[in-house]
Design a protein around this ligand. Structure first.
Ligand code: SF4
Length: 150
């Protein structure tokens, strides 16, 4: 049997996070550029905007490989729905935006520090999210990622 200690999760004692409305997570920054969309996301968006899913998809979405995401304007780094640093479609926003910043990809001490804490002013503020609440959100995001391409 190994005596190696199982490393504690860096968020074992919870993490404080409360959105400060900076809009920074709605602006492309390197590898986390696209706002990805599952079919469920496009349905929610379309309903919010009183549009048919096909109409919404044609107007606002494009595909890279098999995966849908919001259209990008090469001259604008911000998401097309960011207005005055606010999400103009908040109730209809996709899973990716709902689960930020507890994305499985960044939930390790290194990525949390470099990809989240260093630029998101909501980290360390407001509500203390318990480890099990964080993991619930991570699982929602994982489930959504598995539906990419639908
Ligand atoms: S949909 Fe809203 S929350 Fe998501 S990136 Fe765009 S502006 Fe931000």
């Amino acid at each position: 049997m190994s005596n190696e200690a199982i490393p504690e999760k860096f968020y074992q004692n919870g993490l404080r996070f409360e959105c400060q409305g900076s809009g920074k997570c709605c602006t492309s920054h390197g590898e986390y550029g696209y706002v990805f969309l599952t079919l469920e996301d496009r349905r929610r968006f379309a309903k919010h905007m009183n549009m048919r899913v096909g109409e919404f998809t044609k107007k606002y979405c494009e595909q890279t490989g098999k995966v849908w995401h919001l259209k990008e304007d090469p001259k604008r780094l911000d998401c097309m729905f960011l207005e005055n640093k606010r999400c103009s479609v908040y109730e209809g926003r996709p899973s990716q935006c709902r689960t930020w910043p507890f994305w499985p990809d960044v939930m390790n001490a290194k990525s949390w520090k470099t990809d989240v804490e260093s630029f998101c002013p909501g980290v360390g503020k407001g509500k203390l999210w318990k480890a099990d609440e964080i993991e619930k959100i991570m699982n929602e995001e994982l489930a959504s990622e598995k539906r990419m391409g639908t």
